[in-house]
Design a protein around this ligand. Structure first.
Ligand code: PGA
Length: 253
């Protein structure tokens, strides 16, 4: 019922030329692939160029971040209007690197989410605990607070479009993945919170991606978990071969 969604988060990588080469190769490798929603999140500078290249393909375009105001004196920020202008339909909000290095809070992410939804983006809202929080047995508590605060004031019609990415911070870029059962358990827990907030039907509709050192070797195991609806891929999305393998491996057969 839920179509898996695989996102390639390129982070602060690739010049425009590198981005063009990557996308041309990716289009060939993923041509005709169905049963999975595919999105890439290139750096801002490459978006305009890629908009044209991706037209008519099965790969969607997204941004890695967005401010919650439409325009104004916010030096260095990027607005929803600007992202719409370059053909973005998806946006990542509250990635752990934004939270960790740039001080983003759940309150800020909630504001961004409201704007993103009003502009009809598909927002990918990231949550996840740090290593010390998991070690202290506080992982579910932390994730629950993030989910509730980020979704504060979001109505049932809007929440349908939200994708949640569970990304344990200790698994991002470390090569250490949560095991399918560790991830599956947290995804079930997140869905339980969604049930409390929005009821059974909506909770079963919302997609929850896993993120953190996803590779071609571990995607199939992760996708066997019923509550894992795809992946947000960092490092392995920079290489077209591994990203294409992850996309293909994520289809529920
Ligand atoms: P990673 O990053 O796949 O390199 O661990 C995932 C992410 O940060 O979204």
């Amino acid at each position: 019922m839920r179509v898996p969604i695989i996102g390639g988060n390129w982070k602060m990588n690739k010049t425009i030329n590198e981005a063009i080469n990557t996308v041309e190769d990716l289009k060939t490798k993923l041509e005709g692939v169905e049963g999975v929603e595919i999105v890439i999140f290139p750096p801002f500078t490459a978006l305009k160029m890629l908009q044209g290249l991706l037209q008519g393909s099965n790969i969607g375009l997204g941004a890695q971040n967005m401010y919650y105001e439409e325009k104004g004196a916010y030096t260095g920020e990027i607005s929803p209007l600007m992202l719409q202008d370059v053909g973005c339909r998806y946006v990542i909000l509250g990635h752990s690197e934004r939270r960790g290095y740039f001080g983003e809070t759940d309150e800020l992410i909630n504001k961004k989410l409201k704007t993103a939804l009003s502009f009809e983006f598909t927002p990918v809202v990231c949550v996840g605990e740090k290593l010390e929080e998991r070690k202290a047995g506080r992982a579910t508590e932390i994730v629950e607070a993030q989910v509730r605060k980020c979704l504060q004031g979001i109505g049932p019609e809007e929440v349908k479009r939200v994708v949640i990415a569970y990304e344990p911070v200790w698994a991002i870029g470390t090569g250490e993945t949560a095991t399918p059962s560790q991830a599956g358990e947290m995804h079930r827990f997140i869905r339980k919170i969604l049930k409390e907030l929005y009821g059974e039907e909506l909770a079963n509709f919302i997609r929850i991606q896993y993120g953190g050192s996803v590779k071609p070797e571990n995607i199939k195991g992760l996708m066997k978990e019923e509550d894992i609806d795809g992946a947000l891929v960092g490092g392995a999305s920079l290489n077209t071969e591994s990203f294409a393998k992850i996309v293909k491996g994520s289809r529920r057969l």
